[in-house]
Design a protein. Sequence first.
Length: 153
Amino acid sequence: MFNSQSPIPDFLKSALIIAVLFFTFSSVVYGDLGKDSSSNYWGEYESWSKWKVYVIPSDISKAEFVKVAKTAFSENPNQRIRFFDDDRKIKEYIAAEKFAWDTTGQVPRAEFPTEWRKEHLIGIVNDRSNKGYNRWQIIYNKGGVSEHIIFLD
């Protein structure tokens, strides 16, 4: 039976320390995407569709990006998501997108920060089906060239 007076065995202490360090490191690198943490979740906006925006590390590998994108999508099902590795011109990007899709003539003119987008838009989760809706996929976009990675259905 468990004795509350007995010391915790060393192997349990070590396991606990390793677990705490692992989850702390994971949270620092990737944040808590499921809770829209301030370290990753930038915000959301609406143009032709509703989008969530995350800022992720600039040195993220393609494999790590796929994991992050899958997690974000699982926590935000059927939600379009953009991933940038820099937040300096996100507002300009959004303003330009809103202008480009405006049908009212009420949205102020705005230009896309094209070079910044090529460098800092890492990827998107989007319904990109050609034959109908609800074919969600992850698209890796680093360097301005879109590359389909995986379907999420």
